[in-house]
Design a protein around this ligand. Structure first.
Ligand code: GCW
Length: 674
């Protein structure tokens, strides 16, 4: 039914390759984290083999041995694995020679690291791997790996397509739904170590004592799983909650208010992670309301959190309707001059692209441009602009494309991944955030395949250089427990899916053509919203002669925000990759593409391809009949039918509109729009 996500622990088609004889921990008094790891081993082996593993006293042949710096008392000095070089969350899985044969040893520096190792071992076992003789050494490249929930206190989830918020504020703190713990297990299993509970369009109410008590109850559930809680801070909270006349960050009363608020939070939640803030964007209050900069606002909050070790994640998703500058340039224009002006415990959180989580965008030009400011990458797991949860779109490939994009700022190979994980910048604080797609639906994410996006987010946050395909393979094996052939069919479907969406929604660099407000379905004809930066026409600018947005020197010059050679490559149509063509250029309909076709012919072909790709997804999925349980088979089939219908809708509506503008006929042999 999907509730168990990738933690189904169903015996793999090939059988469980190795069942340890018993579990031995090195400490007499295991911490809550180690106890949860032992519980997980029980859940898993009971499900995989029918029985839990017995506990052993001393490591011996075939045992599974768990050790961490804090959990070592039971072992001789020489048995202590040296994991000190792996950092807080790292772990090893290796062979431990004992007097009577080899045991499998999982060792972490911290108990959380050990727990990550336990999950790794369980996933390998579930996928049919033999975990004997492994020598795994793993450490996350990114420190803070966060889910950002956009959950409102009334349980509505902004851009949520999986039911209501899983936080039942009404019943908290007295009733703790078992689901909170399963949520924490799922996150821990993929290395997520922080969750911001509330919408960035923030409600100050969450900072009041009754709500902080509820938040503390969730934090208590998550703590053993190595997960810290963060909250969104509404900048005007001092006015709304306590009647201060201002929220000006240089005002001392305001500063004291936030300090007292931070003290109050930490008194309840000693390991509180910090604040996530959306300020002066889309109507949210912020420091600019008082003529102060984003840095002054962020620093004021940072100072309040600093004594407690908390951080501020300050969003760079800032643009304004009054500002005539091309929307995709505004964040860079605003934040670049503030480089170096932020406190050490501020991280500026930047969306992957400069517009807004579109099916395809170039990477955000702030990556690489802020040499003295830690930047967090913000990804959107929930598919606001990619067909909600009904369209199958595996986002691993989208994120891999961004993470592997070369910014060239520090020379060739300066990928976004290397900026974000601090390898190039040397920033001590690194972070990746994903806007959650989780809700109260039985299957958590609204569709079975959207679970893969939650999973892939965690894996890429842990290792931004991981392969999207490898992640898809692991997920498919864990989620559908099929043999390798069926698994490969699923992986092929996933790997093709995002490009299919790009093809039928926004091919060749087109963008932001979705229905106004809800962002579902096509609306390229909308040209009169009163706000240019939300209007599809603003982005495509199609006329009888040409289509696209000129962002070269002759246009908005957004390309100037990128380093060479990108600036040069993207300023010339001939050297701009087709997939970003209309993002950077205004191109005549009869322009000859690299393929020899006209732009119009190529565009039509992309729409057609998108539709036929969804048709192929359906055929592939049908071929899995018998290999997948009937319930999930049927549900996914029904969703693919919706997607097929709507891919067609996108193609037909878009083509009909473009034809009404350019007056061109369809290329010979093309089916006309319905
Ligand atoms: O993608 C847009 C969404 C808004 C969202 C905003 C943001 C939370 O349409 O719903 O608001 O981005 O990221 O702040």
């Amino acid at each position: 039914d999907g509730y168990r996500l990738w933690l189904r622990y169903t015996a793999p088609a090939s059988g469980v390759a190795f069942t340890p004889s018993n579990i031995v921990t090195g400490c007499d008094d295991p911490s809550p984290t180690i106890r949860k790891s032992l519980d997980e081993l029980d859940i898993a082996f009971e499900s995989l083999t029918g029985s839990k593993l017995p506990r052993g006293e001393a490591p011996g042949q075939g045992a599974l041995v768990l050790a961490s710096a804090a959990c070592n008392d039971g072992f001789a000095q020489t048995d202590r694995p040296d994991v000190s070089g792996l950092g807080q969350d790292g772990y090893t899985i290796s062979t431990l020679a004992t007097g009577d044969g080899d045991a499998v040893l999982i060792a972490g520096q911290s108990d959380a690291g050990l727990m990550y190792g336990v999950f790794d071992l369980l996933m390998r076992t579930s996928r049919g791997e033999d975990v004997r003789g492994l020598s795994v050494e793993e450490a996350p490249s990114v420190d803070l790996r966060l889910l950002n929930h956009w959950d409102n206190l009334d349980r509505h989830v902004e851009r949520g397509y999986a039911g209501q918020s899983i936080w039942n504020w009404h019943l908290l703190p007295d009733f703790l739904d078992r689901r909170y713990e399963d949520y924490a297990r799922a996150n821990a299993s993929i290395g997520i170590n922080g969750v911001s509970l509330t919408n960035v369009n923030a409600d100050a109410t969450v900072l009041t004592p009754p709500y902080l008590e509820k938040v503390a109850a969730l934090a208590d559930v998550f703590r053993p799983y190595g997960i810290k809680v963060y909250l969104t801070a509404r900048f005007s909270a001092p006015m709304e909650l306590d009647g201060l006349p201002t929220a000006d960050p240089v005002n001392e009363d305001v500063q004291e208010w936030w300090q007292a608020k931070a003290d109050e939070i930490y008194a309840r939640i000693p390991d509180f992670g910090g604040f996530l803030v959306k300020a002066n964007s889309e109507g949210q209050p912020g420091p600019q309301d008082y003529g102060r900069s984003h840095a002054e606002g962020a620093n004021m909050l940072a100072d309040a959190l600093e004594p407690h070790g908390g951080v501020v994640m300050w969003r760079a998703f800032v643009y304004s309707a009054e500002e005539p500058e091309d929307r995709v340039k505004q964040a860079y224009t605003e934040f670049k001059p503030l480089d170096g002006a932020f406190r050490d415990n501020v991280i500026v959180q930047v969306k992957n692209g400069p517009l807004d989580f579109q099916p395809r965008e170039p990477f955000h030009p702030l990556f690489g441009a802020m040499e003295d400011t830690p930047l967090a990458l913000e990804l959107q797991v929930t598919k606001e602009y990619l067909g909600f949860s009904t369209h199958l779109a595996y986002l691993g490939t989208l994120w891999e494309e961004v993470l592997s994009a070369d910014t060239y700022v520090y020379g060739q190979g300066s990928t976004v991944a290397k900026v974000v994980d601090g390898a190039l910048t040397g920033e001590p604080l690194t972070a990746i955030a994903g806007v959650s797609n989780i809700g109260s639906d039985r299957n958590w994410t609204g569709s079975h395949f959207d679970q893969a996006n939650w999973y892939a987010f965690g894996r890429l946050a842990w290792n931004p250089e991981a392969s999207a395909e490898r992640i898809a393979r692991d997920w498919a094996a864990l989620t559908f427990s099929t043999g390798p052939e069926a698994r490969d069919v699923i992986v092929d479907m996933m790997m093709a899916s995002r490009e299919a969406v790009v093809n039928y929604m926004t091919p060749l660099g087109l963008t932001h053509l979705m229905g106004t407000g809800h962002h579902y379905g096509p609306a390229p004809w909308v040209d009169d919203l009163g706000r240019a930066d939300w209007t599809p026409y603003y982005y495509h600018r199609a006329t009888k002669d040409a289509i696209g947005f000129d962002r070269t020197q002759t246009g908005s010059n957004a390309i100037a925000q990128y380093a060479e050679p990108l600036r040069e490559n993207w300023s010339d149509i001939a050297t701009t990759p087709d997939e970003l063509l209309l993002w950077f250029h205004r191109v005549p309909w009869d322009h000859e593409m690299k393929s020899g076709r006209t732009l119009w012919e190529a565009l039509v072909d992309h729409y057609d391809r998108g539709v036929s790709q969804v048709g192929e997804l359906k055929v592939h999925w049908q071929s899995l009949e018998g290999a997948i349980d009937r319930e999930r088979l049927r549900e996914v089939s029904a969703y693919l039918d919706i997607q097929a219908k709507e891919a067609r809708w996108w193609r037909d509506a878009s083509l009909a509109y473009w034809m009404s503008v350019n007056g061109l006929d369809l290329p010979a042999g093309t089916e006309p729009p319905a």
